[in-house]
Write a protein that binds this ligand. Sequence first.
Ligand code: DAU
Length: 319
Amino acid sequence: MPETRIVILDALTYAGNLTTLSEDLADPRVRFYPGKIQDATVVEGILKAEGVTHLVNFAAESHNDRAMMEAGSFIQTDVYGVYVLLEACRKFKLSRFLHVSTDEVYGSIDQGDFSESSPIEPNTPYSASKAGGELQIRAAIKAHGIPAVVTRGGNTYGPYHFPEKLIPFFITRLIDGKRVPVYGDGSQVREWIHCEDHAGGILHALLHGKDGETYNVGDRNERRNMEVVKILLEETGRDESFIKAIPDPRRGAHDKRYSMTTEKLNALGWSPQKPFESSLRETVAWYKERQDWWRPLVATDDYRSFVEAFYGPSLGEDL
Ligand code: DAU
């Protein structure tokens, strides 16, 4: 859609990185504002100045392990921030509000799949914050008729991923010859989707979803963590001595398995395109190639102090 303009509001927290957007920001149709979604003055000022019609909320505190240590910032962004956006949608009568949520709001499932009508039963401080945001949306749809759509995405991987989640954290450590901390026996199952497919699903729901509906965005690639780790070891030329099994730091909150059906979005004409294993191998190649992108991120005091505080005792000298 060549006539579309994109306005970005980003708090540039520890996981934000403007260099990721450098090519996009050179396009005159793209405008960037630094700021938080919790700041109503900033949000409303932008909607007014830019004449925004469609609002997509990608903003979130998103890392389960950080929320195990401190969940207040998650409530601020993932619950209160969503409320601020909804109020702004209401005031400026936007045509659509799309909220990017997560399959983690369903909780864990041993067998079978979650569908969009499954109950919301989050188990982690992070997923509870995302569920809280979703409940704000549910209420805003009913109380104020906000034209909102929610997407619930699976575990996402690909380039430009901040090195804290399993895949980018492990790739960057393995490239550096450091051991990788597998929680427990690594038998948890996650359903993986490439970031381009996830973004395509969100765009499809934005353009073709129905007001008030929720859509799962997944790719049916279920893998045990240890299966994923073995591919990463292979691609970085490391052997199994680089695996360090540690007592599960997520304790009782660690979901065993995620799995969801996607027929609802498929029926609107969307399907993911990227094959898991070869795309994961390409992702490792990307991190080998783009060390200029991630090395500054892992060298910050915030990054080092999080890794030290969260993994310190178990990773020891590998920090
Ligand atoms: O399912 C969607 C969700 O996927 C998103 O909503 C979250 O924002 C995103 O962080 C992700 O949540 P997970 O907690 O599943 O992702 P993470 O990459 O942190 O962990 C994936 C699995 O790997 C999980 O079973 C825990 C395990 N793990 C993770 C880390 C960081 C380890 O064994 N060691 C680690 O160091």
